[in-house]
Design a protein around this ligand. Structure first.
Ligand code: FE2
Ligand code: FE2
Length: 369
C-alpha cells in the first residue's frame, strides 16, 4: 500500500531536496588502511543479515497495543483527558504514539542511509569509504524493516518531525566532510540508540523486540566507526575549528532534548499545542528518556576530543556532565550480546518445536498398521 495512504498528517511535498555542497573525493592509495578500521569493515561484512529472514514477521501485532506500554507511561495518563477517554480511544492514542515513534525511526534511518552514502563519497580515505559502504547497506536494511513494521503491523505513518528534519538538513548541507559523521553518527544515532534501547528493554512484545535488538547490533558498529574516524581527524584541527564543532553539538543536543517528544500526536487528539507541550514535558517517560538520551552522546563527544569549556558548561547545565565518564564500549558490547542471546533463545525454541514435531510424527506413524 502506498505510504501516502497511511500518513496520519499531511507530509507535504513528496520529495525533500537538500542541495549538496562539497566535493566527491577519489583516492589512488588503496593499501594504507588503518587496521582497526579495516577490522570494522570486515565485521560489517561478516555481520550482514536479511530482515526478511531473521525477523519473525508472522508474529501478530495489535496496532492498539504494539509495544505493551503500561498506562502509567502514557503522557496523558493522570490528566483529565485520559479520564474522559474510552478504552477504544486509549488504544487509538497508543497506536498513534507507536506510529509516531517508529516513523521517526524510519525517517531517521533513511537519513542515516543518505549520510552514510555521503560519507562514502566525501571522506578522503579508502578504509573509511569501504566501511561506510557496509553501513549504507545496514541503514537500508533498517529503513526497510521499520517501513515494513509500520505498513504491515501498525497501518499508520507519521511525517518526519520538523526538528529532526532541521537537524538532518543542517548535517547534510554542511560542506565539511566530518559533519555528516558528527550530526548523524554521533548526535542522531546517539539519540536513536537511546530510544531503541529504551523500547527494546521495556517492551513485552516479541516483534518490536527482535527488530530493535538486531538493529542495535548494527548500530554498535556505526558508533565505533564515527568515534574512530573523528578521534583521528579532530586531533589535527585548530582550537577554533573544534569550537565550531562544539557549537553544533550543543545546539543539536538542546534541539533533540526539547523538541522531540511527540507533541504532534496529542495535537491530533484535539489538545492545543501549548498544553500538549506542557503535558509531554511532565511525562515520566520523557524524564527517563532524557537521562538515557545523553548516555550515548556525552561519552562519545568527550572521547572524540570535543570537550571544551563551553560544551562542558552546557552539559553541566543539562545535568548530564558526569555521563562523560560512562563506558561506551561496555554499552556497545551489551547491545551485541543482547542480539546474540535473542538469536540463541529463538533458535533453541525452534529446535525444541522441531524435535517435538518429529516426535509426534513418529508416534503417529507408530500407531498406523
Ligand atoms: Fe540504522
Ligand atoms: Fe546507524
Amino acid at each position: 500500500m502506498p505510504t501516502y495512504d497511511l500518513y496520519a498528517n499531511e507530509p507535504g511535498e513528496p520529495l525533500w531536496q537538500v542541495p549538496a555542497a562539497g566535493a566527491a573525493r577519489f583516492t589512488w592509495e588503496y593499501d594504507d588502511g588503518r587496521e582497526r578500521l579495516l577490522a570494522l569493515y570486515q565485521k560489517g561484512k561478516d555481520k550482514q543479515w536479511d530482515g526478511q529472514l531473521r525477523i519473525d514477521w508472522d508474529v501478530e501485532v495489535d496496532p492498539c497495543d504494539a509495544l505493551g506500554t503500561p498506562e502509567e507511561a502514557m503522557a496523558l495518563y493522570g490528566t483529565p483527558y485520559w479520564a474522559k477517554m474510552s478504552e477504544r480511544e486509549r488504544g487509538e492514542l497508543r497506536k498513534h504514539y507507536a506510529s509516531w515513534q517508529f516513523s521517526q525511526f524510519l525517517h531517521g534511518e533513511q537519513g542515516a542511509m543518505i549520510c552514510a552514502a555521503r560519507i562514502v563519497e566525501s571522506v578522503p580515505d579508502m578504509d573509511a569509504k569501504f566501511y561506510s559502504a557496509t553501513q549504507t547497506m545496514d541503514e537500508a536494511r533498517h529503513a526497510e524493516i521499520y517501513g515494513r513494521f509500520l505498513h504491515e503491523k501498525i497501518g499508520m505513518v507519521y511525517p518526519v518531525n520538523d526538528n529532526l528534519q532541521a537537524l538532518l538538513g543542517d548535517t547534510l548541507r554542511d560542506s565539511r566532510w566530518d559533519m555528516p559523521y558528527l550530526g548523524m553518527q554521533v548526535l542522531i544515532e546517539g539519540l536513536a540508540l537511546a530510544a531503541f534501547g529504551m523500547i527494546r528493554d521495556t517492551t513485552t512484545k516479541p516483534l518490536p523486540q527482535q527488530i530493535l535488538a538486531y538493529v542495535m547490533q548494527d548500530e554498535a558498529r556505526h558508533v565505533a566507526f564515527g568515534r574512530m574516524a573523528l578521534r583521528d581527524y579532530y586531533q589535527q584541527l585548530t582550537d577554533a575549528e573544534l569550537r565550531e564543532r562544539e557549537e553544533f553539538v550543543i545546539e543539536g543536543c538542546y534541539l533533540m532534548r526539547d523538541r522531540l517528544r511527540g507533541v504532534e500526536v496529542l495535537e491530533n487528539f484535539g489538545i492545543p499545542k501549548g498544553e500538549a507541550e506542557q503535558i509531554s514535558e511532565r511525562s515520566e517517560f520523557l524524564q527517563l528518556f532524557r537521562r538515557l538520551l545523553f548516555s550515548r552522546i556525552v561519552p562519545c563527544v568527550k572521547d572524540i576530543g570535543l570537550w571544551g569549556p563551553r560544551l562542558q558548561q552546557a552539559y553541566v547545565g543539562m545535568g548530564v556532565f558526569e555521563l562523560g565518564d560512562s563506558n561506551l564500549d561496555l554499552l556497545m558490547a551489551q547491545d551485541e550480546e543482547i542480539a546474540e542471546k535473542l538469536d540463541a533463545e529463538r533458535f533453541a525454541v525452534e529446535e525444541r518445536e522441531r524435535v517435538a514435531e518429529v516426535g509426534q510424527a513418529i508416534e503417529e506413524g507408530a500407531g498406523e498398521p
